[in-house]
Design a protein around this ligand. Structure first.
Ligand code: ACM
Ligand code: ZN
Length: 776
């Protein structure tokens, strides 16, 4: 008789007539382990209430690993596994750290019928294996179900030694308990460095015993600007700091989870919190307030003042006492030099140090280098290493500095060329304060940009064009979360999850094994663990994605739809929201008449997704050939000129790829209708968002031609310069004219070349965004 059947019958007997279900662990977790070899001959390890977790007596780190594993398994299964230091022969999960290997975070996870063994090169490696085992369970095991770990051998190690995640607690204070929850989230993603941005213009958050006003005054602001520095304030005091006792507790909490905390004290800019407390440390003497708006403040530490260096040394002394980390971050970013230029004390310092500006850098930039160099010497003398933002390259790098490359990759590239170490945090891939979807309607306000989970996943820190030696100086990768627009911890979770999952594969997984589609499948399972932990994660990934391609032969638009895991997609053509009863998408659709197309994905697990909707309007220009006589801005070129006549209208933001953007140029589009046609109307739409320097057209015109050489203007309209009260959003221009026969139409929209004086960007060219042009 078949053994499988016997098992089923036994199961039925045990659970009083009902078949007991079985849950099977899956080792293809996030981040994906390097090697998983399934052992076909064995059945696997069954977790029982009597299973023990064992480690060698006296090993405090393994004791902590064992306790955490018991906690994780307890949460997922309800079993309270006993921890023992007597080595059982079977029915145990054994933790050890005597694996041979170079990489301290490598581990082997071996599952047989009798035992699960997690053996790290160090206890840190064991802990990473504990996370893999935890994640392999995938979702809570219902009461009465058995959990089986299939027999397997896993050999795993990280790709990068530095795997970081940053959190700004200055712009919005995050409570000590929430910081611990953040650390839990980091541990779940195999992250080993927590970059804690503790000080900034908007609040100093670290108790310093020798200078109590830093927190008494510097941790409190009276109000916060509403939105993007629009001049209105909430008038709600915002404050908070961590006592040294809390910091020690958090450092220990992180260490138990094999995470090092790298504190950042941002020097010599981003210091208005300090100046509010100690105004004599600023060039003007103040008064200063803890800043209530966002941006880069001109008020920085006065470097001509000896007391400034005493404060820096005192702060760093207490920081070193609190944080055992080898690396200490001293910032160095975004330090305007306007005050130093006018400050007699700073100029005297430049004089006394013999600093001279040259064609590479100003004297003030060299002065900033002096500050950072001095901080590095202070740290090096005490056995620590310094990290700074990539601005520390300006004015010459201090001898042993590690550069954190945030303004794209250039800083990292330059640092490793100079033989320095670099950590890659390029904002265009790894700033998690950016939007996570192009469809920003309905999203909470974000700083801007767009970094999708897929885009994060695509990042490769091994930059092209580097030698192997230079590549070896890339220590690793980190993502940053600045909290100007993130007022609470639920929102922090929303911004980092699931992008942190994509980050974790960039940091940990063998690049050869990276595959986005496969990742999304594993991520779906991982999200059940997010659910179990109650994390607030973004679900954009489940939304249907559409690809709309013009079919030039027929003039139709071909619609292809995609969903994660192939969950079913339903659509309508009448503008209504699709339901599971609407038409099922099974293959690409060809649309050739006016309609509103709406589609949505329906994942099985009750996840609510957002639909996508397109209003198609076909006209004589649709999907005809377009040539642009002046170029688009490189960031807003998308699929090129055809975008203007692809039958798809731009919607309410400029990042969707629907609007073409021009800056310093005008839009001049020549549309070839293929043959002479009668025309009597041109419609063109623009998008206006002056907060982002996007202005309306200053004039539109249409000229027609039969030969594509000689054009006759048939209609035009000019517009006055914008005022602060001019309309925003989508504007439609309709030009009608006497019917005329033509094959070519040249449509022009003039951009604002000189932003008016009342605007913050006065004198610069404004952006012009255009879509869609129609001809009737
Ligand atoms: C930074 O984003 N200012 C480092
Ligand atoms: Zn000064």
């Amino acid at each position: 008789m078949n053994k499988f059947l016997v098992t089923l019958i036994a199961g039925a007997a045990m659970s009083g007539g009902q078949l007991s279900a079985m849950q099977t662990a899956d080792y293809r977790v996030v981040p994906l382990p390097r090697e998983i070899t399934m052992t076909a001959a064995a059945e696997g390890f069954k977790l029982l209430p009597t299973t023990k977790i064992a480690y060698s007596k006296g090993d405090e780190q393994q004791k902590k690993n064992a306790e955490l594993l018991a906690e994780y398994i307890g949460g997922l299964t309800g079993l309270k596994l006993q921890i023992t230091t007597k080595m059982p022969r079977a029915n145990a999960i054994v933790l050890s750290a005597d694996l041979a290997g170079e990489n301290p975070e490598a581990y082997a996870l071996t599952v047989t019928d009798r035992m699960i063994k997690i053996n790290g090169v160090t206890p840190t490696g064991t802990f990473r294996g504990v996370q893999t085992l935890r994640k392999s369970i995938g979702e809570p095991v219902a009461g009465g179900e058995t959990l089986t770990f299939p027999a397997a051998e896993i050999a795993d190690r990280p790709e990068f030694g530095y795997r970081g995640m940053h959190l700004d607690v200055s712009r919005h204070f995050i409570s000590a308990d929430s910081v611990k929850r953040y650390i839990d989230i980091l541990a779940l993603h195999n992250i080993n460095k927590f970059h804690w941005h503790l000080t900034d213009d908007q609040g100093w958050r670290l108790e310093i015993k020798k200078h109590p006003k830093l927190t008494e005054v510097g941790s409190k602001r009276s109000k916060t600007v509403i939105g993007k520095n629009w001049g209105t304030f909430d008038n709600i005091p915002h404050e908070g700091f961590y006592t040294q006792e809390q910091v020690r507790d958090i450092v220990r909490y992180a260490a138990d989870r094999q995470i090092t905390i790298i504190p950042e004290i941002d020097l010599p800019g981003h210091m208005q919190g300090v100046l509010a407390a100690y105004p004599h440390l600023g060039c003007t003497g103040g008064p200063y307030e803890v800043w209530s708006t966002w941006g880069v403040s001109d008020e920085v530490l006065c470097v001509g003042n000896d007391a400034t260096f005493e404060l820096i040394d005192d702060v760093l002394t207490e920081v070193l006492d609190l944080f055992p980390s080898e690396y200490i971050h001293v910032g160095g970013d975004e330090c305007p030099k306007v005050r130093w230029k006018d400050c007699p004390k700073c100029q005297a310092r430049i004089e006394s140090l013999g600093i001279k500006g040259d064609d590479k850098h100003t004297a003030e930039e060299y002065l900033q280098s002096y500050v950072i160099n001095r901080a590095e010497r202070f740290l090096n003398e005490r056995g620590r290493k310094m990290i700074g933002w990539d601005e520390i390259l300006e004015g010459g790098l201090s001898p042993n500095a590690t550069v954190m490359s945030w303004r794209g990759e250039d800083g990292g590239r330059e640092a490793v060329r100079q033989g320095h170490d670099a950590i890659m945090v390029p904002n265009n891939y790894l700033y998690f304060d950016y939007y996570q979807t192009e469809d920003t309607d309905g999203e909470p306000l974000a700083i801007g940009g767009c970094v999708t989970t897929e885009h994060v996943y695509s990042y490769n820190p091994r930059m092209k064009g580097l030698t192997d030696e230079e590549k070896s100086h890339v220590l690793g990768v980190q993502a940053n979360l600045w909290t100007e627009y993130i007022p609470n911890f639920r929102h922090v979770e929303y911004m980092v999850l699931p992008r942190m999952a994509a980050l974790s594969e960039v940091q940990w997984t063998d690049p050869e094994s990276k595959d986005y589609t496969d990742f999304t499948t594993r991520l779906r399972r991982f999200m059940k663990l997010y659910d179990h932990e109650g994390y607030n994660y973004a679900r954009h990934l489940f939304n249907v994605r559409g690809e709309f391609t013009p079919d030039h032969a027929t003039g139709a638009v071909v619609v292809k739809l995609f969903s994660v895991d192939g969950s079913p997609i339903h659509y309508t053509l009448d503008g209504t929201e699709p339901t599971r009863q609407s038409a099922l998408y099974t293959r690409p659709l060809s649309i050739s008449s006016d309609c509103t197309f709406t589609a949505a994905a329906f994942p099985e697990s009750g996840i609510k997704t957002r639909s996508i909707s397109e209003t198609f309007s076909f006209n004589k220009a649709t999907n005809r050939s377009v040539t642009l006589l002046q170029p688009t801005h490189s960031n807003y070129t998308y699929k090129g000129p055809g975008t203007l006549v692809d039958g798809l209208r731009g919607v309410g933001n400029i990042r969707t790829g629907r609007w073409l953007g021009f800056n310093g140029n005008d839009m001049e589009a020549v549309i070839d209708l293929g043959a002479e046609q009668e025309l009597s109307e041109m419609e063109l739409r623009t998008f206006v968002d002056r907060d982002d320097w996007v202005f309306n057209a200053r004039g539109v015109a249409i000229a027609v031609s039969s030969d594509g050489v000689n054009y006759t203007e048939v209609a035009s309209k000019t517009m006055e310069p914008a005022t602060a009260d001019s309309p925003k959003g989508i504007e439609t221009f309709t030009l009608t004219f006497e019917p005329v026969k033509a094959r070519y139409a040249k449509v022009t929209a003039l951009s604002e070349h000189n932003i008016p004086a009342w605007h913050g960007a006065a004198g610069n060219p404004g952006f012009l965004f255009v879509d869609e042009i129609s001809l009737k």
